[in-house]
Design a binder for this molecule. Structure first.
Ligand code: AMP
Length: 308
């Protein structure tokens, strides 16, 4: 069984969408990545930090899914990372109203011994120095290091971010962030520039318009499944990343062909995540539902044009 090491925020989220408010619920990039990856046959661990205000029953949600939590530090008297966001009517954009780093501000990640030889490492969106701190603890070069990031780190920690980008194999990033990172409007040019910075694979996420995978001259596109109702997009990007990393860790096959499937698995899982608030939908998700929707994906994207 492949080993997957995840680092990312484990958080309290407070979300407002045009359809309602969530109050303080379980969130965080590490949480969404871990839940998505738990759909695969992998041995996974989440490395993160919370305060002692973080309820045990939330931790249990990880352990019930065989996610190793020995790398989740619980700081006595500390407060858990808190994020509050409000979506605009089109659900494609949101405003971050509050980010309280709390215990995350002084976080020194400690990778559990058993995961220092992970096959796949997924560095969730966090301060690049934390991402570097995780890479530095690995005893063996993983088959694949994937990292996610966002405009906040580009604006505030450019040099630190570049040091991470040099060392990874796959960067997952959204379209606007890819443009900001490279100063290129064309996503093709942006992906080529990112590959020059280090990662040989680039995944550009386009929200409800799907995701693109780039590697040298190869490009693959996966649509997002058209859904009747999108309730809350929070965590869709992380769920996508968790599905992508989970599939690759399960198969231990990091060829371009395998990555194409990984992109489809990521998109498939993200399509569930957005159906309810926060992690709610991912917590009830069954294998049969996942498989049924994969079939829908197949039907959506297959055609048979005969060229003469
Ligand atoms: P996504 O919707 O995929 O961009 O991810 C949303 C999740 O990212 C929420 O659950 C937040 O708790 C978490 N998050 C938001 N901002 C940050 C940040 N600066 N660092 C780490 N995690 C964050």
């Amino acid at each position: 069984m492949g080993k997957l090491l995840i680092v990312g925020s484990v958080a309290f989220d407070d979300i407002e969408t045009p359809f309602g408010k969530s109050d303080k619920i379980l969130g965080g990039a590490g949480t969404f990545i871990g839940l998505a990856a738990s759909q695969f046959e992998v041995k996974s661990a989440v490395v993160s930090v919370v305060g002692d205000d973080f309820p045990q029953n939330y931790i249990d949600l990880f352990t019930e899914r065989d996610i190793d939590v020995s790398g989740i530090e619980i700081v006595k008297g500390g407060k858990t990372f808190y994020w509050k966001g409000k979506y605009h009517n089109d659900l494609n954009s949101r405003d971050t109203l509050i980010t309280e780093l709390n215990t995350m501000a002084n976080f020194n990640p400690v990778v559990p011994d058993e995961f220092t030889d992970a096959d796949v490492v997924m560095l969730g969106n966090l301060h690049p120095d934390i991402q570097t701190g995780v890479i530095d603890q690995l005893k063996k070069r993983p088959k694949l290091i994937i990292a996610d990031t966002m405009n906040f780190w580009m604006n505030n920690t450019w040099d630190e971010l570049m040091k991470v980008i040099e060392r990874i194999d796959v960067l997952t990033i959204n379209d606007e962030e890819a443009r900001q990172l490279t100063n290129e409007h064309s996503l093709l040019k942006a992906a080529a520039k990112i590959q020059e910075m280090g990662p040989k694979y680039v995944v550009i996420k386009k929200g409800e318009h799907g995701a693109l995978l780039f590697h040298k001259d190869h490009i693959f596109f996966a649509p997002a499944l058209p859904l009747e109702e999108v309730f809350d997009p929070t965590g869709a990007g992380d769920t996508f990343a968790g599905g992508f990393a989970g599939y690759l860790a399960e198969t231990k096959n990091i060829s371009f062909e395998s990555m194409k499937n990984a992109i489809i698995h990521g998109s498939n899982l993200a399509s569930f995540c957005v159906e309810k608030f926060g992690t709610e939908r991912m917590l009830t998700l069954k294998k049969q539902e996942v498989d049924n929707r994969l079939l829908q994906f197949k039907e959506l994207t297959q055609f048979n044009i005969e060229l003469t």
